[in-house]
Write a protein that binds this ligand. Structure first.
Ligand SMILES: Cc1cc2nc3c(=O)[nH]c(=O)nc-3n(C[C@H](O)[C@H](O)[C@H](O)COP(=O)(O)OP(=O)(O)OC[C@H]3O[C@@H](n4cnc5c(N)ncnc54)[C@H](O)[C@@H]3O)c2cc1C
Length: 392
């Protein structure tokens, strides 16, 4: 009989794990909302998946998105100075998670993965541990449901570094070449412009990372789409002229009434395993490794860790699933977790002088510009650039 594995949560981590494990194990996924509720619900992320994550999705036979606008470049502006347009070696994509998750859920159900509906309260999570051979907590930033211990050297802040303000818009002429555009306004925050695919077709995501209580943090109390779009237009016209000149006044609007969100994340990194009633429980994705979204790494790290966890589980298929397996998984992923976390934390602070000097030297140097674009696809290279003296 196949061993039974339960994922609590079917976001980026839970879904990829379900694909990675479904052929070798009996997989159950517990998820609070039906596919239809997710489809009709609020946006959740800006979800740029870079080359490595996309290649994993292909390997695992996950749904593909040929109509998704290919993100081939990264544009960087500091203040009002456009510094670079770096080219990515492999195109990235951003597919609205409402579309992406529901397609995966329906496909997985058709392929024999069992779905159960319902939000698991903390006090009931132990029931699943008793029922299954392994429980994987994939509850994202709403979790975790188990007491995974914070890792002090990677958990530096006790409050959010940014307010995350996101809207999916029509009526913005895309940048050429199509890509993610980052504008940093020192001491105020950042604006990211991201082409994405939704159920309504291609959109432009405008994503403000506002330093709390500074000039970009002006969306407090806005709960209604039209007011949100109006405030976004005002902020863009005041602080981001490069975007304002591409806005079509007649058509600029959210792509649907649920296409905006406001949130904030207190970063915390936890050791991704614990024991409950003598049984191993592991965590994957934001429930263990939660960073600010400023570097766009959360889905990519969740995807990386899901693959490492699936490989660990398969290698231990014939031995006990105990603390040693949890530690094996942690040792496999901790290098990448550290690189992403330290780089991301550094991006939420004033940039180190050597990085500023490097960036100021990029205009006219395409090799350097491509190197900066590569930071997002390969966070180990970003970490080396930010922390050249770090021990591996
Ligand atoms: C504004 C913003 C922008 C972002 N942009 C990017 C980006 O461009 N690129 C990138 O890589 N990352 C980005 N991220 C981060 C990325 O969205 C997350 O890191 C990623 O989705 C984490 O995946 P996950 O599976 O751990 O959690 P999630 O994708 O959040 O999924 C969690 C799942 O658990 C379920 N769940 C929660 N609690 C329970 C419970 N008690 N019982 C049952 N189910 C439960 C939820 O319903 C959901 O299905 C962004 C995040 C934010 C907030």
């Amino acid at each position: 009989m196949k061993k039974r594995i339960c994922m609590i949560g079917s976001g980026t981590a839970g879904l990829q794990l379900a694909y990675a494990l479904k052929d070798d194990f009996a997989v159950t996924v517990v998820q609070p909302r039906s596919a239809e509720e997710i489809r009709q619900g609020r946006i959740m992320s800006t979800q740029v998946h870079f080359g490595e994550a996309r290649n994993r999705e292909i390997r695992y036979g996950m749904p593909q998105w040929p109509d998704s606008p290919p993100i081939v470049s990264v544009h960087l502006t500091i203040g009002d100075q456009k510094l670079l347009t770096g080219m990515l070696k492999e195109a990235a994509v951003s597919v609205d998670q409402r579309l992406y998750w529901t397609a995966c859920m329906e496909d997985l159900e058709a392929k024999g993965v069992t779905f159960r509906w319902g939000r698991i309260p903390k006090e009931k999570a132990g029931d699943l541990v008793r029922e299954f051979d392994l429980v994987i907590d994939c509850t994202g930033k709403q979790g975790p449901l188990f007491p995974f211990q914070p890792v002090p050297e990677l958990t530096r802040f006790d409050a959010p570094r940014r307010k995350c303000i996101v809207g999916y818009f029509v009526g913005v002429k895309p940048l050429e070449p199509l890509g993610v555009s980052a504008t940093i306004i020192p001491e105020m925050g950042e604006m990211f412009e991201i082409p994405a695919l939704t159920e309504y077709g291609p959109v432009t995501i405008l994503f403000i990372e506002a330093i709390p209580d500074r000039e970009l943090d002006v969306f407090k109390g806005i709960k209604e789409g039209e007011a949100f779009a109006g405030k976004m237009k005002e902020v863009v016209q005041r602080f981001f002229p490069g975007i304002a000149e591409r806005i079509d006044e007649q058509t600029f609007a959210l792509c649907d009434e649920n296409a905006f969100l406001q949130t904030a994340v207190t970063p915390v990194i936890r050791k991704p395993y614990t024991m409950r009633d003598g049984r191993l429980v592991v965590a994957c994705g934001d429930s263990a490794f939660l960073n600010d979204p400023i570097t766009g790494q959360g889905c990519n790290l969740a995807s990386y860790c899901a693959e490492q966890l699936a490989d660990t589980i398969r290698e231990h298929a014939r031995s006990a699933w105990d603390e040693a397996m949890g530690e094996d998984y942690w040792q496999r992923v901790r290098g990448r977790v550290r690189e992403v976390t330290e780089w991301t934390n550094a991006m939420t602070q004033p940039l180190p002088q050597h990085v500023v000097q490097f960036l100021l030297g990029t205009p006219g140097d395409q090799q350097k510009a491509d190197q900066v674009a590569g930071w997002f696809a390969h966070p180990d290279t970003a970490h080396r650039s930010f922390f050249p003296d770090a021990t591996p």
